[in-house]
Design a binder for this molecule. Structure first.
Ligand code: PHE
Ligand code: ZN
Length: 876
């Protein structure tokens, strides 16, 4: 818990470490409440750190210190001091062996950082600063050391794992057993991992491009062993892909994945021993939805890709987090795009960015992808660092082109292999490999906020000249410096009256990347007979908002004709947003609500278009979420957003019912389940049609839903039907469906999580009361983050309507849960509070209630650094 006034850490204060650790020998004797840790560190004064022998500062939290020795002699108490943050040891020689013994309590560790127990299995989570909860150590990523780890445990924990290769194992005299692991690669402490439990594994092999055979293992509890196949297949695909696309080969003889039920994030890239949230590794057709299958593929890829972008080359300090995360998210996104539908993957990622990252960047925690300061680094594992960070890397890829980008990445890995690097090093490699100048591009790393591009155009009939004027600006928050113009790649096409791409230049290109660098810039094109229609920011070539005065007609034209699939979808989003804005206004001015017939017809055309990828049809049909509409509004009127969207949805559903039914029926074939792109696309459209049909709330539609619920042969169809019932069905049937589903799946953790989430995101009145019951349900566990995310996160983040009730009941409920959860798991509590911190954008009634809820949290006192940082930055 927090000290008097939590300290802010600044990037500008970075200093190299005073001491280096050449080797780290760890010895664990595992006991639930009293695990003994013995560490032997070979320490040396850092030659780059200046003169003299300053005290050695080691981080350590919640540790019981037993003894300290230097070169074999026990240190007298006058030679060291225990502080709130760890240990300070007086040093009188530049090189020595430090041996520390300490005790920890894994069983009571509910923060899930450091060493903890999950269903009786010991596991660790050390990123970012969890290693200090295991033993005293310079717990910072620029201290890299070679680790050897011995684990001693009772034999009811038969599997003992750590990083690298197992070099020894055997029985102890007292009936316990042990294993020793050695990792040949130097690594920072945040990549350390240990697992001990009663686990089974599936095994496979992969032969690398240079012909080395790697053993692949996935470990789970016995009951889940049948759910590992998809993750294993994904892993092998990822290993080949990284060889082909980046020339990166795996470097150890063994690669292990362990699934654990209690985990704060998705997964962790510990060297050679990735630890995964069970939800991100386990799947079977009966129990996992298509999106779970796809999430698993991308996360397995993501963690595997970290072996190079993160582990072989790591981060100098935590301000550089996006160096590994932005790059790795870009890598996993391209991997998923290559394995599945590229356009759909892009649409999903951009939706997430626009809805949630844009909101973060406009809110009280707004920060650049390389933050300048933090109170608690765990709060900076954000959509900005990850997703916007990936967009920044993608822009480099767009500006340089595939070959040059690869040259830059090769140079980066070559230069920095085995060391801790910075974002600046990454840019420098891109520059040096290609002789380009990215000076202005660097501002993307230091400036927060979502840039806005205002685009206008003009056409001169006499000369056939068409010009686009682009001006850029970036809204800044009070505490930020004025922003400098950014270097922004805008990929465009110009459509003629027939909807074809015009030729843009002498090379005959039909698409061009305009490089915007000035506050205001003019781009000219010639040779036109008529004014073309611009297709702007194709493929979402930069993380910005583009404003151009499109008419509804023009958007419908783009929706029908644009050769850029992404922009066809984007046109539909703009169109829907225009309609929803109008509906909101009409609602507030007391006018009758109506949807333009042209809009309905445009949707009908898309629905009937059998040449389009069904997944794309589904994406176009899906109205923007309330949350994404909220993000686009300067002032959020939650009630009007809900009314407008409900009206649009119901109107479309009713008007398109015949076509929806037709497509639904055509797609409702009982094929055996396979999570391939084509089948996923078909199920996606089928279930989108189903949910629209349900929204009519007509009996025959609800009967179809009921039938799908009863006969579904896979979890995608089953969950879609249950969700439609929960949101639109009539009470007795809904209740029995909910109960039936639970009885069938109550022993499957992943399905139960899904079941909880569907209920907490129900738009139906009475959901909050139901949630208050759910948190008392035997399947709910406040110490399990997945359950918390399903129920409380589902309510605060995915239930716009019920969370934003005008009496503030949703906010006060979440605030209460945050205070309680903060004592258990500060990281999870700090994430849960975020939805109520954006009060500044809401209209008065809600805004006041949110503030009140926040003040209540602050007044409760004794907050963790995590929650304190998020709440105090929002309220001050
Ligand atoms: N480094 C992990 C990833 O992105 C995320 C993570 C951070 C996991 C902190 C656990 C704790 O892949
Ligand atoms: Zn990552």
């Amino acid at each position: 818990m927090q000290d008097a006034q939590p300290k802010t850490i600044y990037l500008k204060d970075y200093q190299v470490p005073d001491y280096l650790v050449d080797s780290t020998d760890l010895h664990f004797e595992l006991e639930p409440k009293a695990t003994l840790v013995k560490s032997q560190l070979k320490i040396r004064r850092n030659p780059k750190a200046g003169q003299g022998l300053p005290p050695l500062l080691l981080d350590g939290i919640d540790l019981e210190l037993l003894s300290i020795a230097i070169d074999g002699s026990i240190l007298p108490e006058v030679s060291y001091q225990e502080t709130l943050q760890g240990l300070s040891i007086l040093v009188d020689k530049p090189e020595f062996i430090l041996e520390i013994h300490n005790r920890i309590n894994p069983e009571d560790n509910t923060s899930l950082e450091g060493l903890y127990l999950s269903n009786g299995m010991y596991c660790t989570q050390c990123e970012a600063e969890g290693f200090r909860k295991i033993t005293f150590y310079p717990d910072r990523p620029d201290v890299m050391s070679k680790f050897t780890t011995t684990i001693v445990a009772p034999k009811d924990h038969p599997v003992l794992l750590s990083n690298g290769n197992q070099i020894d194992f055997g029985d102890c005299e007292d009936g316990r057993h042990f294993a020793t692991w050695e990792d040949p690669f130097a690594k920072p402490s945040y990549l350390f991992a240990l697992v001990a439990g009663d686990l089974e594994n599936v095994e496979d092999t992969f032969t690398t491009s240079s012909g080395r055979e790697v053993k692949l293992q996935i470990f789970t509890e016995a009951k889940n062993i049948g759910k590992c196949e998809h993750a294993m297949r994904s892993l092998k695909k990822a290993m080949s892909w990284d060889e082909e696309v980046y020339g990166r080969e795996y470097d150890l003889d063994i690669f292990m994945i362990v699934a654990v039920d209690h985990f704060n994030m998705g997964a962790m890239e510990n060297k050679g021993l990735n630890i995964f949230n069970s939800a991100c590794v386990l799947a079977s057709p009966e129990t996992a939805t298509d999106s779970a299958f796809q999430r698993i593929e991308s996360i397995v890829g993501h963690e595997y890709f970290h072996n190079w972008s993160g582990n072989r080359v790591t981060c100098r300090d935590w301000f550089q987090l996006s160096l590994k995360e932005g790059f790795t998210v870009f890598r996993d996104a391209e991997f998923s795009a290559d394995m599945n539908s590229r356009a759909v993957k892009r649409i999903e990622d951009v939706s997430l960015l626009r809805t949630n990252q844009f909101a973060e960047d406009a809110g009280p925690m707004s920060h650049p992808i390389r933050p300048d300061s933090y109170i608690e680094i765990s709060n900076f594992y954000t959509l900005t660092v990850y997703e916007k960070g990936a967009e920044v890397v993608r822009m480099l890829h767009t500006l340089l082109g595939k070959e040059k980008f690869r040259k830059g990445s090769d140079l980066y890995f070559e230069r920095h292999d085995g060391s801790a690097a910075t974002c600046e090093d990454f840019i420098l490699s891109m520059e040096d490999a290609n002789q380009v100048n990215l000076t202005q591009f660097r501002h993307w790393y230091s400036q927060a906020g979502t840039p806005i591009l205002e685009v206008t155009d003009s056409f001169d009939q006499a000369t056939g000249r068409y010009s686009l004027k682009v001006s850029q600006s970036c809204p800044t928050r009070a505490n930020q410096d004025k922003s400098l113009p950014l270097h922004i790649p805008i990929k465009i096409g110009l459509l003629d009256v027939d909807g074809n791409n015009s030729i843009l230049n002498n090379e005959g290109d039909i698409e061009e990347v305009l490089e915007v660098t000035q506050p205001e810039q003019l781009f000219e094109f010639s040779g036109f007979r008529e004014k073309p229609l611009p297709s702007l920011l194709r493929d979402f070539s930069a993380p910005v908002k583009v404003r151009y005065p499109y008419t509804g007609k023009q958007l419908i034209f783009l929706m029908r004709n644009d050769s850029d699939t992404f922009n066809r979808w984007d046109a539909s989003q703009r169109l829907a947003f225009m309609a929803l804005t109008q509906l909101q206004q009409d609602y507030r001015s007391g006018e009758a609500l109506q949807l333009q017939p042209e809009l309905i017809e445009a949707y009908r055309d898309v629905l009937k278009d059998s040449t389009l990828d069904p997944a794309l049809v589904a994406e176009i049909l899906r109205l923007p979420s309330e949350q994404s509409v909220a993000e686009m509004n300067d002032l959020i009127d939650a009630e009007a957003i809900v009314v407008a969207r409900d009206f649009a949805l119901k109107t479309l559903a009713t008007a398109l019912a015949p076509e929806l039914l037709q497509r639904y029926t055509a797609l409702d074939h009982q094929k055996p389940y396979s999570p391939n792109a084509k089948d996923i696309a078909e199920r996606s459209l089928k279930n989108t049609c189903l949910s629209y049909l349900a929204a009519t709330e007509k009996d025959d539609a609800l009967n179809i839903v009921q039938k799908q619920f009863e006969t579904a042969g896979n979890m995608t169809d089953s969950a879609a039907a249950l969700s439609a019932l929960i949101n639109y069905g009539s009470a007795p049937k809904v209740d029995s469906a909910i109960q039936e589903f639970y009885q069938r799946w109550k022993d499957d953790t992943q399905v139960v999580e899904l079941w909880l989430g569907l209920q907490s995101s129900s738009a139906r009145n009475g959901t909050l009361a139901n949630i208050k019951n759910l948190i008392k349900h035997p399947s709910f566990e406040i110490k399990n983050p997945n359950k918390v995310r399903a129920v409380l996160g589902g309510f605060a983040n995915r239930n716009f309507k019920q969370f934003h009730k005008e009496d503030g009941s949703g906010f006060f409920f979440i605030a209460e849960q945050v205070v309680m959860l903060d004592k258990i798991n500060p990281q999870i509590a700090a994430r849960l509070v975020v939805p109520i911190t954006r009060w500044q954008k809401y209209s008065d009634d809600l805004s006041g209630k949110m503030r009140e809820a926040l003040q209540g949290i602050l007044d409760s006192g004794g907050l963790s650094k995590d929650v304190f940082e998020v709440v105090s930055k929002s309220i001050n």
